[in-house]
Design a protein around this ligand. Structure first.
Ligand code: FMN
Length: 243
């Protein structure tokens, strides 16, 4: 079959698994990549309340979920933010020495790091934060109101300015490519899709509005959260706010 020379079909074709073509091989289980990004220091740490389970039925959340872009601008609570981060990347189990998180990830490699642009969250200074998963804390990377920059970086989607918090997922490519080579580029996005979907359901369960965003100037979003856009790429965003 003739494959178009444009990059999309080329990528799809050359990362397919075929019988008779070697599938991605792990270069050595002895040296798996680090699945947590560790910052030497943060400007400030925000401890998140203990996540709660029980409560809102999943079926209602699925039935009622809708993308919301009209936020009231009122603040989220720290408890709500805690639930939201936990519902996507919180630690929920372990097997064979591997820590497992709320959302599924190819090969349990969890390439996506969570950044949060806090715009209106009770008790949280506006700024850019990184989610420290093991500590269940937010670490501040930059202080300030970044709502205008974010909106501009997302193709002038001005509705983003009234969100309480905007989640940005940045994928550490090597973490996934270590096992899957170029096919990893599929998995980064699949993984991020799970994160966005789970975050929307969690937001719905808390009676909050949310909307996923994939229309953005990649390097501008990367710069906003302090990643290089090459070894760690901005893949997806989800805005959450009160409606
Ligand atoms: C991968 C993906 C990217 C999206 N990007 C945007 C976006 O950049 N801006 C936006 O306003 N909505 C965006 N959306 C939301 C879709 O427009 C929305 O999911 C769709 O209209 C269906 O509506 P529903 O989510 O209410 O069911 C995106 C959704 C997905 C799944």
């Amino acid at each position: 079959m003739e494959v178009s020379t444009s990059i999309g079909p080329q990528f799809q074709e050359s990362t397919k698994y075929y019988r008779g073509r070697p599938v991605a091989q792990v270069p050595g289980w002895a040296a798996p990549p680090e699945t947590y990004k560790v910052y030497e220091s943060y400007l400030e740490r925000v401890a998140l309340p203990e996540p709660q389970t029980g409560g809102a039925p999943l079926w209602d959340a699925i039935a009622e979920r809708r993308s919301q872009r009209r936020f009231s601008g009122e603040s989220l609570t720290l408890e709500e933010l805690s639930q939201l981060v936990w519902a996507t990347q919180g630690l929920t189990g372990a097997t064979g020495g591997i820590e497992l998180r709320a959302a599924a990830s190819a090969g349990a490699l969890y390439p996506n790091e969570t950044y949060i642009i806090a715009q209106a969250v009770d008790g949280v200074t506006a700024g850019v934060y990184h989610y420290d998963i093991r500590a269940h804390e937010l670490g501040m990377l930059a202080e300030g109101d970044y709502s205008e920059d974010l909106s501009q970086a997302c193709l002038e989607q001005t509705w983003l300015k009234r969100a309480g918090a905007v989640f940005v997922w940045g994928a550490v490519v090597a973490r996934c490519a270590w096992k899957y080579q170029n096919r990893a580029y599929r998995y980064l996005y699949l993984d991020a899709g799970h994160l966005g979907a789970q975050l929307q359901l969690a937001a719905q369960a808390l009676d909050l509005g949310s909307c996923n965003v994939a229309a953005f100037f990649d390097n501008e979003v990367a710069t906003l959260v302090g990643i290089d856009g090459l070894t760690e790429v901005a893949v997806y965003l989800t805005a959450v706010g009160r409606v």
